[in-house]
Design a protein around this ligand. Structure first.
Ligand SMILES: Cc1cc2nc3c(=O)[nH]c(=O)nc-3n(C[C@H](O)[C@H](O)[C@H](O)COP(=O)(O)OP(=O)(O)OC[C@H]3O[C@@H](n4cnc5c(N)ncnc54)[C@H](O)[C@@H]3O)c2cc1C
Length: 397
């Protein structure tokens, strides 16, 4: 097996590309976006387990330099009272790298640049439309621009709305909407009650608001809340930032005033991203084609693990392809190795997301009384996820 086509150059694609180059394979990535899209998206946290999966590729340092370590999560209610703290200041010494907050566009650009530097060909502006699996010895990909590409194997790293998935596994379930819309933005010049380096998480009266201040004083924020009577897909496809900013202000009307100040001070409202997850996939592969990252197992960002799992997936799939000759057997070994961990984190992400949008004062009262208990549980679960370590030299599973 020599020639690999990866579809999708977000997070999973470039990381897998770098691993497969190590195996001496000829690797191309077809990415639908016309460029690396440095300014795209909001921000995310790369968990220590994800950073550790990047370390042997020599790219964790660049991500750490571009990002900011998270020292703690502080949870507050709408009165501003603390309902719990998860101290993460020991993560660098415990796990090697801390949870690293970084702009999404910057992370994607670092991964793509490093993959290209390591010899992975990236074809920007190539949107996959079709896959021909009828040949026993190779697979053919067809693109929107009319071009074709053949490869020994094709790996779908094309995210939540994976075209590869719908082509090779038409029976796969559709992603399910979690009931939450995510918006975000970058603001400056507002006083928020948290020092730089701490993720401040507000369980508000009707919605959730996360804030992170960088050392330069920039405020990174996100909102999670219900879409109300709006159709989430219609909002995603044609957002109306003025109307939606008003809706966010209304949803946070009973929360501390600095929340509205931050929303108002944000030059460009980003999103919405309706939050979906994808579970109970019958399988992750078919013949010479395999899915990886969100294409195989998207989960809500409430566990902060989707990107890290995509990075882990890449390492494990590369190990399977290194140790097993037949692609279908390598893909089956990959899926078997990854399912238990992915399933456990999927369940945690669903649990974490469940109290973010409440619709009555009674449910708010009940939630705020239960939260300290759940946060204590969450802290130990988070450390368990972070401590997960994969080594390249281990055998495949
Ligand atoms: C609002 C939000 C916040 C999040 N926060 C976090 C967080 O803090 N921490 C964390 O670990 N995870 C977080 N996640 C999850 C994380 O973003 C995903 O798990 C991660 O991006 C998955 O990586 P991926 O490479 O599988 O998919 P993606 O990053 O989605 O990349 C897929 C790529 O495929 C390309 N593509 C799609 N279709 C085609 C096609 N037909 N042809 C060619 N290319 C195609 C896309 O353009 C894209 O570049 C968050 C997700 C959301 C929505």
């Amino acid at each position: 097996m020599r020639k690999v086509l990866i579809v999708g150059g977000g997070i999973a694609g470039p990381v897998l590309g770098m691993w497969l180059k190590r195996l001496g394979m000829e690797v191309s990535i077809a990415e639908a976006r016309p460029t690396a899209a440095v300014g795209e998206g909001a921000f995310l946290g790369v968990a220590p387990n994800g950073m550790n999966a990047l370390e042997p590729l020599g790219v964790a340092g660049a991500v750490a330099t571009a990002g900011t370590p998270c020292e703690a999560f502080q949870f507050i209610n709408r009165k501003g009272d603390s309902i719990g703290v998860i101290d993460r200041s020991g993560d660098a010494s415990a796990f090697g790298r801390p949870l690293t907050m970084i702009r999404r566009g910057q992370l994607n650009a670092i991964l793509a640049e490093e993959a290209a530097r390591q010899g992975v060909e990236i074809r920007w502006g190539q949107r996959l439309m079709g896959v021909d699996e009828s040949h026993p010895s190779h697979v053919i990909a067809r693109f929107e621009d009319g071009s074709e590409s053949s490869a020994d194997i094709l790996i779908g790293c094309d995210g939540l709305r994976s075209r590869v998935r719908s082509l090779i596994l038409p029976e796969a379930p559709a992603p399910s909407f979690t009931g939450l819309l995510d918006y975000g933005g970058f603001a400056q010049g507002i006083q928020v009650p948290v020092p730089p380096g701490i993720n401040l998480m507000l369980f508000g009266r009707r919605a959730f608001f996360g804030t992170f201040v960088t050392p330069s004083g920039e405020i990174w924020w996100f909102h999670n809340g219900a879409p109300g009577s709006s159709d989430p897909e219609a909002l995603r496809k044609s957002p109306d930032p003025t109307r939606e900013r008003e809706r966010l202000l209304e949803l946070h009307r009973e929360d501390p005033p600095w929340v509205s100040d931050v929303i108002r001070a944000t030059p460009r409202l980003l999103g919405p991203w309706p939050i979906y997850d994808l579970h109970a996939m019958p399988r992750w592969h078919s013949g010479r084609v395999c899915l990886l990252g969100d294409a195989a197992h998207a989960m809500s960002p409430s566990a902060g693990q989707g990107a890290a799992l995509a990075m882990e997936d890449a390492l494990v799939l590369a190990r399977c392809l290194r140790d097993i000759d037949a692609p279908s057997k390598a893909f089956a070994a990959f899926e078997k190795a990854r399912r238990p961990r992915v399933d456990a984190i999927f369940r945690a992400a669903r649990r974490n997301g469940s109290g973010k949008a409440v619709n009555s004062a009674l449910s708010e009262w009940f939630r705020d009384r239960m939260l300290p208990f759940f946060l204590r549980l969450g802290a130990s679960g988070q450390s368990k996820m972070y401590s997960y370590r994969l080594e390249w030299d281990q055998p495949r599973a």
